[in-house]
Design a protein around this ligand. Structure first.
Ligand SMILES: [Zn+2]
Length: 629
């Protein structure tokens, strides 16, 4: 959806919501919905569902979840909902879709009926989609996010709608979930009745190849585990180092926040090359997906630490503490995303910090990540000069995951730049209190409190600022506004510099884990380019851009030879001693074009180097807080 349509869409939606809430009062609020998801045909990507909804006679409005918590957008995969049929007292009830909202269905419950049975099928997509709307099932596993398989009646907040869920799995498959099991019979599991809000917050991972590993640190009373499902048995072999790092992560998170807000916690990790790779947070678990053989790779700890630490932090920052305007009564009310630089940005700071403290990342890897993201955000990224950071958060629901031209669009910079922003906050707390307090004190204050299980405590910008002022009085509002509204070409690297390090470029390659691809090409000729020559991004006003290469083109030749990435790297290396331009043959649409790039700078990789005039607070922040790890 483009931005103009998004605005109109939301306006219509608000209008429609006012009407639908007023007219749909026939859901019998005291009743419990029973939901049965038949996942036995997972290998065929076909998931039949049956739902029995207690009702009263009269008009009934049902919603398919649209605004999915954690996805920050109207991303419910309605396109995959098929085969919809309703019956009551054995009679078919006709339905009609709302004229202004494809997620809304209307029907009339006949006199005498006290329940409606809905039957429908969820189709696992063969490709495309984002987050939960992408492929979640293979021949060997499924990640079931319940929002995909449920309809709910209008008129009640989702924390008041009770659901009794049942799941049927292929023979022999095992599963993991934070949900309480009421009974099991063969391959059929009945879970305890919970609110719809809690159900959507409690996915299930299941598969033929499954194992769980206890991650509860010594002396910890709350149970933690990782539930792994993979496309092959061999993929489940987690190294003792990664297992130890994850146990440390649990312990370090406890030390950072000083409290937990869950009854037990499950890291649900799908290992497959077929499912989309992302993470989605929940109060008591996270739904994370990585390449099939990642645990067998040398960079397993980097990848696992990068994704799982981020999603785990969300249990505190995003789930327990959530911006008030991202907290909605149901999945139909639009979310306002202006505070995503806290929800995601602070998480993007604390996740890698915990990955470092737990030993999943080395201090070098932690610094390399910071170097990479600050280099990726600027200098020379002109997108910064037209689009303030705040707008990358506000625009998320319609603009967040556009492809190509990322340096000019700015994409989801509230993640990476949020990391830098909160690092700067951490160094200011340290400086202003002369080392007496740290970001940990803020996390204790903001994310702490008693553990009453999954809870939501909302906040506004003003309340966030007030909490920071409780740690140390400072003009935090001005600090944030300056950085959120800035159109400076320079990224906010104050935290790195306060921490005793500087960003530099040299010819030594780096290894890291980040959302941004690490490529020599990006910081030299200004291209983010794939192994097959596809141009993901061309830095606007960079050398390649000025020679005519833009996002979406494909490089097929380098200096008169067939393109390989190695050849391009060689040409960049040689450019230092070469007065000739680098000649790229590119394809755009079905036309060939030669682009001569006037670049003679050689290799350039971003690094952090010590500023010996200042204490090394950056490394100090990343040291373990829990003894004996
Ligand atoms: Zn996140």
């Amino acid at each position: 959806m483009n931005s103009k349509r998004a605005g109109l869409f939301l306006a219509l939606l608000c209008l429609m919501l006012a009407v639908s809430f007023a007219s749909s009062a026939v859901f019998a609020q005291s009743g419990t919905i029973s939901l049965t998801v038949d996942a036995t045909k997972t290998p065929q990507k076909f998931i039949p569902c049956t739902e029995v909804i207690p009702v009263k006679p009269g008009p009934l409005t049902l919603y398919y979840p649209k605004w999915i918590p954690g996805e920050h957008s109207p991303s419910g995969p309605i396109v995959n909902l098929t085969g919809l049929k309703f019956t009551a007292n054995g009679q078919t009830i006709p339905w009609r879709r709302d004229l202004t909202d494809v997620f809304t269905f209307h029907l009339d419950v006949p006199a005498g009926a006290d329940r409606v049975e809905a039957k429908y099928d969820y189709l696992e997509p063969s490709g495309g989609g984002i987050y939960g709307g992408s492929l979640s099932a293979t021949d060997k596993l499924i990640v079931l996010e319940w929002n995909q398989t449920v309809l709910y009646p209008a008129g009640s907040p989702v924390d008041k709608i009770m659901v009794a869920p049942k799941l049927v799995l292929p023979d022999g498959w095992k599963f993991g979930t934070p949900q309480k099991i009421e009974s099991q019979s063969g391959n059929e599991t009945t879970f305890a009745t919970i609110s719809l809000e809690e159900l959507v917050d409690s996915p299930v991972i299941a598969g033929e190849y499954y194992r769980n590993i206890d991650l509860t640190p010594p002396g910890e009373k709350i149970h933690h585990e990782i539930d792994l499902a993979a496309d092959d048995a061999a993929d489940l072999n987690m190294s003792p180092e990664v297992e130890k790092g994850l146990k440390n992560l649990v312990a370090e998170a406890g030390a950072l926040f000083g409290a937990r807000h869950y009854r037990n916690y499950h890291f649900l990790l799908a290992l497959s090359d077929h499912v989309a790779h992302f993470g989605l947070e929940h109060h008591e678990c996270n739904d994370s997906r990585l390449p099939e053989r990642i645990l067998l790779e040398p960079n397993a700890a980097i990848a696992v630490g990068g994704l799982l630490a981020h999603e785990y932090v969300h249990s505190w920052n995003g789930k327990f503490r959530r911006p008030a305007d991202l907290s909605t009564p149901d999945y139909e009310v639009p979310m306002k995303t202006d505070l995503l630089w806290v929800y995601e940005g602070l998480t993007d700071y604390l996740g890698p910090l915990l990955a470092a403290r737990s030993g999943l990342w080395t201090p070098e890897q932690y610094r390399a990540n910071l170097a990479n993201i600050s280099a990726g955000l600027g200098v020379g990224r002109l997108g910064r000069t037209w689009r303030p950071l705040l707008d990358t958060a506000v625009g998320e629901p319609g603009l967040g995951f556009a492809r190509g031209w990322l340096n000019w669009r700015r994409g989801t910079d509230y993640y990476d730049e949020g990391d830098l922003l909160w690092l700067e906050v951490a160094t200011i707390i340290h400086q202003q209190t002369h080392g007496a307090k740290s970001i940990d004190d803020f996390c204790h204050l903001f994310h702490g409190g008693p553990n009453d299980g999954p809870q939501l405590k909302t906040y506004t910008f003003e309340q966030l600022v007030a909490s920071l002022n409780q740690i140390v009085p400072y003009d935090w509002a001005r600090f944030f506004h300056e950085r959120l509204d800035s159109t400076s070409p320079n990224p906010p690297v104050g935290g790195i510099e306060n921490g005793g390090w500087n960003l530099v470029f040299n010819d030594k390659p780096i290894k890291t884990h980040s959302r941004r691809p690490v490529m020599n090409d990006e910081y030299t000729i200004g291209l983010a380019i794939g192994p097959d020559g596809s141009v993901f991004d061309s830095i606007v006003n960079g050398p390649a851009f000025n020679a005519g290469v833009t996002s979406g083109m494909k490089v097929v030749g380098v200096n008169g030879r067939l393109y390989t990435h190695d050849l391009l790297e060689d040409a960049i290396k040689a450019s230092k001693d070469n007065s000739q331009p680098i000649s790229l043959l590119v394809v755009i649409d079905d036309y060939y074009k030669t682009c001569n790039i006037d670049y003679h700078g050689g290799e350039r990789y971003p690094h952090l180097v010590r500023d010996e005039s200042k204490p090394d607070y950056l490394d100090e922040l990343g040291k373990p807080r829990v003894a004996g790890e």
